[in-house]
Ligand binder design. Structure first.
Ligand code: DX5
Ligand code: ZN
Length: 217
């Protein structure tokens, strides 16, 4: 099994002490997960590029931008200019443009990810195996941190993993939502490569230890 990575979600960070919370990921985490929401694709607004500009100045861990926005293609160049290593957009926002958007992200030098909400059949992702670098399976409905893990996500991950392996592809699976010490072992077992964790990391009294515990669960 490839390395299992933990991607702390900055959505749950302390915005009054953001520097500390980014350095935590540089030192103890694997990937900095950055949720950009537009209030239209998802029923919430988070932060945008003015915040990411500052994070980028001190980020040494790779930045993973999760675009929860309509017309995500408008922002790919901007995401690349921030130095992000990974950029995902939602299948629901892209539909028939999905393959084109993957190619655009890759041409900008980033790994391209396709994200899906829990109510989208996982087979909708199959046409993009062999194209996308990773798939972001939402295990809660995108929009808010601190929600409960949806257990059906385990079957969705396993089904996607089986299809990736069947085709001899090496796309990674990232999972996002409700990851904590009670759910992380099961998602890893199902075939997840990167687990996003917001509240279970930043809500912990000892976030560094929380990351280590999730990674080795
Ligand atoms: C939700 C975001 C997540 C969120 C996860 O739409 O995409 O990245 O921060 O938060 P937790 O880990 O608290 O469920
Ligand atoms: Zn996210």
């Amino acid at each position: 099994m490839a390395d299992f990575k933990i991607a702390p979600s900055v959505l749950a960070a302390d915005f009054l002490h953001l520097e500390k919370d980014i350095r935590l990921v540089n030192e103890c985490g694997d990937v900095i997960h950055l949720d950009v929401m537009d209030g239209t694709l998802v029923p919430n607004i988070s932060f945008g590029f003015s915040v990411i500009d500052h994070i980028a100045k001190i980020a040494t861990a790779p930045m993973d931008v999760h675009l929860m926005v309509v017309e995500p293609q408008r922002w790919f160049k901007k995401v690349a200019s921030e130095g992000a290593a990974m950029c995902s957009f939602h299948y629901e926002a892209a539909k028939h443009n999905t393959a084109d958007y993957i190619a655009q992200i890759q041409q900008l030098g980033m790994k391209a990810g396709v994200a899906v909400n829990p109510d989208v059949p996982i087979s909708k992702l199959f046409p993009f195996i062999g194209k996308a670098d990773y798939f972001l399976v939402m295990s809660v409905f995108a929009g808010f941190g601190g929600q409960k893990f949806i257990y059906e996500s385990l079957d969705r991950v396993a089904e996607l993993k089986a299809e990736i392996e069947k085709r001899g592809d090496d796309a990674l699976i990232e999972i996002d939502g409700g990851i904590n010490l009670s759910t992380v072992a099961a998602v890893r077992e199902a075939g997840v490569d990167i687990a996003v964790a917001g509240s279970s990391v930043y809500g912990s009294d000892d976030p560094a230890n929380a990351i280590a515990a999730l990674r080795s669960a």
